[in-house]
Design a protein around this ligand. Sequence first.
Ligand code: FEC
Length: 307
Amino acid sequence: MSKTIGLLVMAYGTPYKESDIEPYYTDIRHGKRPTEEELQDLKQRYEFIGGLSPLAGTTDRQAEALTKALNETYDNVEFKLYLGLKHISPYIEEAVEKMHKDGIDEAVTVVLAPHYSSFSVGSYDNRAQEEADKYGIKLTHIKHYYHQPKFIKYWTDKINETLNQIPEEEHDETVLIVSAHSLPKGLIERNNDPYPKELHETAQILKQDSNIVHVAEGWQSEGNTGTPWLGPDVQDLTRELYQEHHFKNFIYTPVGFVCEHLEVLYDNDYECKVVCDEIGAKYYRPEMPNTNPLFIGAIVDEIKAHF
Ligand code: FEC
């Protein structure tokens, strides 16, 4: 008989309807309500991408695809899916409580973000662990999977496919920008956090494994805290690279994210494209992993290495 194990898939969360935007934003800001101006700015960004983000639906499909793939991989274990979100219901704590009610005593946790920072993946894990400790549920945390061969293969295929759309004689005038969500610099440096190193390694492996010649690393979507965040910001980087090398084509791979959502559809597809238009360069942004079997397979392989 197979044992039932909880599979706690954790993700950022997004408003389900317009009236959710304010409480969601307040939650992101640790309970501090945004000013009317900040709220209107965020609402306008959501309007720009079609009203709401596709993130909720994609997170559900990714979680279901992962559960199915795991259940096809393991013979003696039945994974039961629980979805726990960071900033909107079902919150991480609600998911763990549900596991307890269902009689689950052991679970694997995974965050839909490929790189580890104690301020991103670590904070999801801590919330899950704290709640699980109340019920004595044993958790195995998957910390990252950016280095998994299938994850790298997904992105190298996409980079090569994009390069194929660019005339060969322009390949030397093409640059790849590999990015992740920025975080406050002081926090990262004080804690010797692995996050910047993991993005750097990802960029290096992509350069080595794909046909791209020029690669740059950048950070995006930084918040407004009045303190320095990890840089360079992808928009500034685009301008700098253009000034220095006159690149004609810019390929953006926001590898720190796993699907199309506000930070990709607005911060890359709108803000970075505006800069490309301004300097007369072409903007490319390959499709995000979503439920691609290579991406789902990369998480399965990481789980297999630990569980
Ligand atoms: O599509 C959507 O509706 C939601 C997309 C979304 C994702 C996402 C991922 C990450 N964030 C991370 C860190 C921060 C920090 C702050 C912050 C602020 C926001 C705001 C929105 C937002 N984030 Fe987010 N993030 C997404 C959306 N994020 C909206 C608020 C408005 C704004 O600043 O643009 C700053 C908090 C503060 O002000 O104190 C820090 C990190 C990730 C990637 C890892 C993960 O997915 O957890 C890190 C998706």
